[in-house]
Design a protein around this ligand. Structure first.
Ligand code: 6R9
Length: 660
């Protein structure tokens, strides 16, 4: 770590943070970064204990920092007590900042509403009292299926206030996916809205909740609370369904926070793995909150007067850590946006940065790539038409960013002046893990550079041995960290198997491949090493899509792989064997469309395969294993050069190579 960071002969262009960025940053310069890294190396527990004492407000201080006795089921700060919503709201109000704007909400139609910390605290308290009036108590699970809204954030904060564990389900998931999550979590309550407004359209939410509950198996759900967003017509089932505005109307505006243990589960968030159904990643209270807050201060160098905007949806982990919790925990002001980047036109993000004078902007490579394309085809939405000089720091997350998109972001959005933090992390890690620091780290486009202080990342081989820099391998985290996943809800065995496989002797397996630069030691993520796809930054298991396909009555067998795509990073490509002869022409197009819609209904629109190819069979080994690497080559439209001698049915490759 102490090697010279960017030697002269490095091939990729290196971008240095400006002296102004270095001067104003909390972690100012590489020496300051190295000092923190050294502190964590020298006294690992002392480092984390210091930070947890300095940054969180405890109701009961902790005495033990890390309890590794049940590893890999680590416990952090376990005998301490605190409350997340107290830390996000009350402590700022008590410090006299009740009048400070917490959220600048911009609706799909451009209407802007501001909510102060004082107001947000009152709204959270009323919401929390409403939940209590429905009998929701500490430890109960609450599913939130909400649009991007102040109410969505308030719902999460209200659960945290009373110690209920929330599980937010992204509003784009289907009734079937929602049902599976409600059922797995054993939720007692679902919070939703009548409809959501996106891109000028009203899209149903409550109707999907009704459909999900109608599928059966959700007997734990007692009530459905509905936020009236559009006023659209929705079915109401008394006494199960309740309007949020009626429910909170009579509630007291104060609600004493429930002091919970540091390890109390703050939330579950379902995410895709390589096998089986989505897993409920369980996060803690103290460790998670500490990292949400610290990474806001370190990675985004958030300052008291900054306006922060993370464009993620609260249905994903990025929306949890960098909308619902991190910005509020550090008392910042943030933009919450209801709509989509292309409505009313593809200049929406740039216009919003200009109108609100956003200082720190955090988005996904897929959004950047699609806005580059839009700007190239329609000069009116090119960022040069907007005044973006309020920007100070830019961030990206969700997938690797290609150097060309990085450079465009740097030049056209950041005006060649704003550091870009390419943040690598996962639902399971709770917050940023590998990222440049805006006032310290020299940046190389496409590299997430170095681990944050306290994070011990390495690239190893399959036996867990360190690999030399310059050799690609698997990314691991060698020591636990406070914001790490605690377990997979209801399936501790799967947690252990997925993230702490025996051959890696105690290292956390991220599921990504990585390589370190031979000169700088910088990390570059090379993509997933398992059967997880990343389409527009959304994680999807190939198995989930395969199961959805074979649940259609005409499908006998299906195999799903990813292929590279310029816009979405990866595209879903399905090879399908029907229970009828291989269709051609118009019929093939029709069946492919029907299967796409079927996947949309089973999982959600984001999982619909881009390409569907039909065959009499799939390429299999003599032992019956589908040879996915061959399918990946076919999906790319490339000729097979691999050894096919173990293939039972080589002729099938020719058939599958044809796009109908
Ligand atoms: C936060 C989030 C996690 C997976 C992860 C990796 C990919 C995320 C990345 C990145 C390269 C980055 N990923 N950030 N790859 N560079 N900066 O996205 O969580 O939805 O759980 O996805 O996304 O493959 O393993 P999640």
């Amino acid at each position: 770590m102490t090697e010279q960071l960017v030697p002269e002969h490095h091939e990729l262009k290196t971008y240095y943070p400006s002296s102004e960025a270095v001067q104003r940053a909390r972690i100012s310069g590489m020496d300051a970064y190295r000092k923190l890294v050294a502190e964590a190396e020298g006294d690992f527990e002392g480092f984390w204990a210091r930070l947890a004492r300095e940054h969180l407000a405890w109701n009961k201080p902790f005495t033990q920092t890390l309890d590794a006795s049940g590893a890999p089921f680590y416990k952090w700060f376990a005998d301490g007590k605190l409350n997340v919503s107290y830390n996000c709201l009350d402590r700022h109000v008590e410090a006299g900042k009740g009048g400070k704007t917490a959220i600048v909400f911009e609706a799909d139609d451009g209407t802007v509403t501001r909510v102060s910390y004082g107001e947000l605290l009152e709204r959270t308290a009323k919401f929390a009292n409403a939940l209590k009036s429905l009998g929701v108590k500490k430890g109960d699970r609450v599913v939130i299926y909400m649009p991007m809204s102040v109410e969505g954030v308030t719902a999460m904060q209200a659960c945290a206030r009373i110690g209920a564990t929330h599980s937010v389900v992204f509003g784009g998931f289907s009734a079937q996916s929602l049902r599976d999550r409600i059922q797995d979590a054993g939720a007692v309550l679902v919070i939703t809205a009548d409809e959501q407004r996106r891109g000028g359209k009203a899209l149903p939410l409550k109707a999907i909740v009704d459909e999900a509950l109608g599928l059966g198996g959700c007997d734990t759900v007692r009530n459905v609370v509905v936020y009236r967003r559009t006023g659209g017509d929705v079915a109401f089932h008394a006494p199960r369904d309740l309007w949020l505005h009626e429910l909170v109307a009579g509630q007291s505006a104060t609600c004493a926070p429930e002091w919970v243990e540091a390890e109390h589960p703050l939330f579950l968030l379902y995410t895709s793995g390589s096998t089986g159904k989505p897993k409920g990643v369980q996060h803690s209270t103290a460790g998670y909150l500490l990292w949400a807050q610290l990474t806001m201060l370190w990675t985004f160098d958030i300052q008291p007067d900054d306006l922060f905007w993370c464009t993620a949806d609260i249905g994903w982990v990025t929306g949890h850590t960098y909308i619902a919790y991190g910005p509020l925990a550090c008392g910042a002001t943030e933009v919450v946006f209801e709509g989509v980047p292309t409505f009313p036109d593809a200049g929406r993000f740039w216009k919003m940065i200009q109108d609100h004078k956003v200082n720190v902007f955090y988005t996904a490579p897929t959004a950047i790539r699609s806005l580059i394309k839009a700007a190239e085809t329609n000069a009116a939405v090119h960022p040069r038409n907007y005044k973006l000089d309020s920007l100070r720091i830019l961030g990206t997350v969700g997938e690797p960013i290609n150097p060309a998109a990085w450079e465009w972001y740097y030049e056209h959005i950041g005006g060649g002046r704003c550091p870009i933090v390419d943040t690598w992390w996962q639902t399971e890690t709770g917050g940023h893990m590998l990222t440049p620091l805006p006032g310290a780290t020299p940046m190389v486009p496409g590299s997430c550079t170095l681990p944050l202080p306290g994070i011990f990342a390495e690239v190893v081989d399959e036996a867990g041995h360190d690999l030399p820099w310059g050799t690609g391998g698997i990314l691991v985290i060698k020591k636990p960290w406070p914001a790490m996943i605690r377990t997979i809800y209801g399936d501790p065995g799967r947690f252990k198997k997925s993230y702490y496989p025996e051959e890696l002797h105690g290292y956390y397996l991220a599921g990504d491949g990585a390589i370190r630069d031979p000169h700088t030691g910088y990390f570059t993520i090379t993509g997933r090493i398992d059967d997880v796809l990343n389409v527009s930054g959304h994680r999807m298991g190939t198995m989930e899509i395969e199961s959805a396909l074979v649940s259609h009555p005409i499908v006998a067998e299906a195999a799903v792989v990813g292929r590279p795509d310029d816009l979405t990073g990866e595209a879903v490509c399905a090879f399908v064997v029907l229970k009828r002869p291989v269709p051609t022409g118009e019929e093939a197009l029709q069946i492919a469309q029907e299967l796409r819609n079927h996947v949309g209904k089973e999982i959600g629109a984001i999982a619909k395969p881009r390409d569907i190819r039909f065959g009499d069979n799939l390429p299999k080994t003599r032992s019956g294993k589908i040879m996915r690497r061959l399918l990946r080559t076919l999906a790319k439209g490339e000729a097979i050069t691999q050894d096919t001698s173990t293939l039972e049915n080589p002729a099938i490759l020719e058939q599958l190579a044809r796009t109908h």
